[in-house]
Design a protein around this ligand. Structure first.
Ligand SMILES: [Zn+2]
Length: 361
């Protein structure tokens, strides 16, 4: 069945037009994006973007891995830091450098995915996206309750970021959202229900919050739980075109795939086998790819994109194969195709598939 993506675009335009000048004026100041969609709530927030940009710059400063955002640049010799190509004053440079140094000293070596300090900070900054300050000096409800030094660092870096980087970062975030919105609107509920069925759970109630950020972690996207929130790097070349939808649902699946991990661990214990590292993650990646594939195959979003699997093909998409090979998961791919694929096709049960996978390890 062919998707009617253009209708989604028309609807979106209509919604934007109907919202009127007041809403547009508010958007000019607001840091959030309020495109009504099912399943996901997509944001482009100022503070969370500043935070990830400073984290990115601090990691560059310390020569730590930052993901391959640089690959999107036209030339290998292009400047690496976000601000280095901009015309900025000495005072601005100083304020920015001070913030980067603070992040280098305090956060650069912590993992965005595993450090509870960074997770909490990211979530708080997301919650205060509509505030133009974090100290509550002008408006009491804009007191984010962050450590005073951090508040000062972020508020000092904010005008520099707002003037020189935020417009293009916000544009990239919003364009990413606009590109993915029609498919989420038309297919999102169906995909989420299918994934929840596969993992034998319910899709989380309400919509999953997703923050688009120019930069994220080295993987290009990550998901934290309690509360379940997804961060996706809008500038990362791995998250573009057909992959955008896959990244969105892959990350969302992190919130519901726990039964798979539990089943793998249970089977391993019963068979006295070591728990295979990353098998559950490989399974989530594979499953999202399989569920999304028919949607993408019939959608305009793949036109010109690098993922365009032949229709009716039973081999995984190129993206899935590439990631499995990059991560050294070739054996897992074979395992999943032999024992998990039959479950996805309704020819085996969940428990049997997991049991047979584990016994073949
Ligand atoms: Zn993942």
């Amino acid at each position: 069945m062919r998707l009617r993506a253009p209708r989604g675009w028309l609807l979106l335009l209509l919604v934007l037009c109907l919202r009127g000048p007041a809403a547009h004026a508010r958007d000019q100041q607001s840091n959030s994006t309020e495109i009504p969609l099912p399943v996901f709530e997509l944001h482009s927030g100022f503070w969370i973007n500043l935070h990830h940009t400073l984290y990115y710059e601090a990691r560059l400063k310390k020569a730590l891995p930052t993901g391959d955002v640089g690959a999107a640049r036209p030339a290998a010799s292009a400047p690496k830091t976000a601000l280095s190509a901009k015309q900025i004053s000495e005072a601005e440079q100083e304020a920015w450098d001070e913030a980067v140094t603070y992040y280098a000293e305090n956060y650069a070596e912590k993992d965005l995915l595993f450090s509870s300090e960074l997770i909490q900070l990211k979530d708080q900054l997301g919650d205060f996206e509509d505030c133009d300050e974090l100290s509550g000096r002008k408006r009491k409800f804009c007191d984010a309750g962050l450590p005073p030094k951090l508040t000062q660092v972020l508020e000092t870096a904010a005008p520099v970021y707002r003037a020189h980087l935020w417009p293009e970062h916000d544009r990239a975030n919003r364009n990413w959202i606009l590109r993915v919105a029609p498919l989420v609107r038309e297919q999102g509920v169906g995909i989420s229900e299918r994934l929840a069925d596969i993992y034998r759970v319910r899709w989380p109630q309400g919509r999953i919050r997703v923050d688009l950020s120019a930069y994220a972690n080295a993987a290009g996207a990550y998901t934290t739980v309690d509360p379940l929130r997804v961060t996706i790097a809008s500038l990362d070349p791995r998250n573009q075109g057909a992959e955008a939808l896959e990244v969105l649902f892959h990350e969302g699946s992190h919130g519901i795939a726990e039964p798979v991990q539990a089943a793998i661990i249970r089977e391993c214990h019963q068979r006295d086998k070591p728990i295979p590292r990353d098998l559950w993650h490989a399974l989530v990646l594979y499953t999202t790819g399989e569920v999304i594939r028919p949607v993408l195959a019939s959608s305009d979003v793949t036109a010109g994109a690098k993922t365009s699997p032949p229709q009716g093909s039973s081999s995984p998409s190129r993206t899935v194969r590439e990631i499995f090979s990059q991560r050294g998961w070739r054996d897992y791919l074979d395992l999943l195709q032999r024992f998990w694929q039959p479950y996805l096709e309704g020819k085996a049960t969940f428990d049997d598939s997991i049991a047979r996978m584990v016994s073949s390890l």
